[in-house]
Design a protein around this ligand. Structure first.
Ligand code: ZN
Ligand code: FE
Length: 263
């Protein structure tokens, strides 16, 4: 079986991943905020939509659900814990559940924090992670509903995936995130390299997504809250002054980013 992952730009900075089974002409979509964008791609490639996956209830992720479900008869799989906030869910899923698209198996990973029920989907055969608004390249989602310890647990779960995992984040935030990452970690050569690469890509309007888990582990400050050397540096900067507890360091870092204004 051969599969192809399209990354569809939507709204100002969203990406909608559409996974196609080229042999059978089937497709699955993750977080279709905009039905028209998805519909156009399906028609262009002569694909039939057989599955809709949602990571969380924000409208830029679910806005196209109902039109696509209606037009294609595709079921909607979404977090059980957000049932009340996502309409017409066919199947609710929780940590440890699996979803199936064609011959592919996807693992549901609980990644609460951005919202109270946020989940991510990991497809080992594709080496692909669809993590919505939890992990971004060089950043992470805002804590709208969850706590810092929750989000830190979520990021640790994602960080445990193989380094060659392709990370499909839902927004093009890399260059904006780069400013804060560089401010808190100015001597990190891997970060400098990633920022240079991202700048070159954005110059040509090319997505910086997917990013690689191995690259994020080396460059994303939010994945490094339990690195003692890094925590010490943040302490010195007056961020994350709460000592060495990784969740507290993470919380301090997240709060600092919320306040951060790039010079
Ligand atoms: Zn969101
Ligand atoms: Fe979003």
């Amino acid at each position: 079986m051969s599969f192809q992952i399209h990354l569809l730009p939507a709204f100002a900075d969203n990406y909608i991943p559409l996974i196609a089974d080229l042999d059978l002409g089937l497709a699955m979509v993750v977080d279709p905020g905009d039905a028209a964008v998805v519909d156009r791609t399906l028609k262009e490639h002569n694909l039939s939509l057989t599955l809709i996956l949602n990571t969380h209830h924000h409208n830029d992720h679910i806005g196209g659900n109902q039109k696509l479900a209606h037009d294609y008869g595709a079921p909607i799989i979404a977090p059980t814990q957000e049932r009340g906030r996502i309409k017409d869910i066919t199947r609710g899923v929780v940590q440890g559940d699996t979803v199936t698209f064609s011959t592919l198996r996807g693992d549901v990973i609980e990644t609460h924090g951005h919202t109270s029920g946020h989940i991510s989907y990991y497809f080992p055969a594709l080496k692909a992670l669809f993590c919505g608004d939890t992990l971004f390249s060089l950043g992470c989602g805002r804590l709208f509903e969850g706590t810092a310890p929750q989000m830190w647990e979520s990021l640790k779960r994602l960080r445990s995936l193989p380094d060659d995992t392709q990370v499909y984040c839902a927004h093009e935030y890399t260059l904006a995130n780069a400013k804060f990452a560089t401010a808190v970690d100015p001597d990190n050569q891997a970060l400098k390299d990633r920022v240079a690469e991202a700048k070159a890509l954005r110059k040509n309007n090319t997505p910086t997504i997917p990013t690689l888990m191995g690259v994020e582990k080396a460059t994303n400050p939010f994945l490094r809250a339990d690195d003692p050397t890094f925590a010490k540096r943040l302490n010195k900067m007056g961020l994350a002054a709460t000592g060495t507890d990784a969740a507290a360091v993470f919380g301090g870092l997240r709060a600092a980013k919320d306040r951060f204004k790039a010079a």
